[in-house]
Design a protein around this ligand. Sequence first.
Ligand code: ZN
Ligand code: ZN
Length: 147
Amino acid sequence: MADHNQRADTIVRKLRENGHKITPQRLAIIKILAVSEGHPSVEDIYEQIRADFPTMSLATVYRNIVLLKSLGEVLELGFPDGSNRYDGNKPAPHPHVICIRCKKIVDPVLDSLDEMKKEVALETDFKILNHRLDFFGICSSCMAGKG
Ligand SMILES: [Zn+2]
Ligand SMILES: [Zn+2]
């Protein structure tokens, strides 16, 4: 949990440095994003804090995410069906593994990633700035019929 608090602190500091106020609602959104348990959608975040902030709208959550994205503190995972998910725990590009049944998303640690980037650069003569690497499959709970 210590790491998650640290991550939330980093986001708060970045917002203050850029002249943004830290409202209780904003802090609640940041805390969920800093953990990024399962890479929440805007709706997931809204559902989690709605009880504490009954007057808050879905649009408020969305605006906060757009702001954090613009500061480079949240990574957006867009999907063709429009169900975007967010990672505020690791805002730098990183690979994801996505369960096609329950839509769970996890961050694998890939030793081969740096090699892969070098290989792509060499192969294409591109200077690689960014990447998007998604693996799709069925998670172990879904395989066990629990998902
Ligand atoms: Zn699953
Ligand atoms: Zn992630």
